[in-house]
Design a protein around this ligand. Structure first.
Ligand code: GAR
Length: 195
């Protein structure tokens, strides 16, 4: 008889509202490919924590000193037997020890078409305001592997949407977020299946 493959354990790191995190949790709810088994946040009041609770997923709060000056989070990830990490609106740079622990196993989503509109300080609404100010005809989202630099690892998937001169930064953000919700969970699944 064929042995049933155990779903891979996914940790989501998020700092904010967690709409992408919610989509990922919902996507993998009854999946045989993966399951979200931990949510890590650097903000005690992050919306993502309530979403995790709704789904019965354990959470872990981190602080800057612990994250950058110790490797405690590795112990937590090990305890939860985490195979994959998805950064869904996580705004801290990932330290080298953590990149090394999850080589090509940590994915980030960025709300623009990298390498444009990326790097330190380029997150959330700052990105969409910069896109508007630049007057570009399209923007989009990028899913990439994480390395030690902001928004710099190998690109796995991009999707784009048009930008009209009359679009506000909020409208641009809405269009990009819709792409993120549509493609992030399925890209994570494809990468897990690829192994
Ligand atoms: C998403 O748009 C994500 O691409 C962005 O934060 C938002 C989080 O939204 N990430 C970055 O800007 C990283 N540089 P959410 O909390 O509703 O998922």
């Amino acid at each position: 008889m064929l042995e049933k493959h155990k779903p891979s354990n996914i940790a989501i790191f998020a700092s904010g509202g967690g709409s992408n995190a919610r989509k990922i949790m919902e996507h993998f709810k009854d999946s045989s490919v993966g399951q979200v088994t931990l949510v890590v946040s650097n903000r005690r009041n992050a919306g993502v924590l309530a979403i995790a609770e709704e789904h019965g997923i354990p959470t872990q709060i981190i602080d800057r000193q612990g994250f950058y000056e110790t490797e405690e989070i590795l112990g937590v990830l090990k305890e939860h037997q985490i195979d994959w990490v998805a950064l869904a609106g996580f705004l801290w740079l990932i330290p080298a020890y953590l990149v090394r622990a999850y080589p090509q196993r940590m994915l980030n989503i960025h709300p623009a078409l990298l390498p444009k509109f990326g790097g330190k300080g380029m997150y959330g609404h700052h990105v969409h305001e910069a896109v508007k100010a630049a007057g570009v005809a399209e923007t989009g989202m990028t899913i990439h592997f994480v390395n030690e630099h902001y928004d710099d690892g190998d690109i796995l998937f991009q999707a784009s949407c048009p930008v009209s001169p009359e679009d506000s930064a909020e409208e641009i953000a809405r269009n990009v977020l819709a792409l993120e919700h549509r493609y992030f969970p399925e890209t994570i699944e494809k990468v897990i299946l690829r192994g």
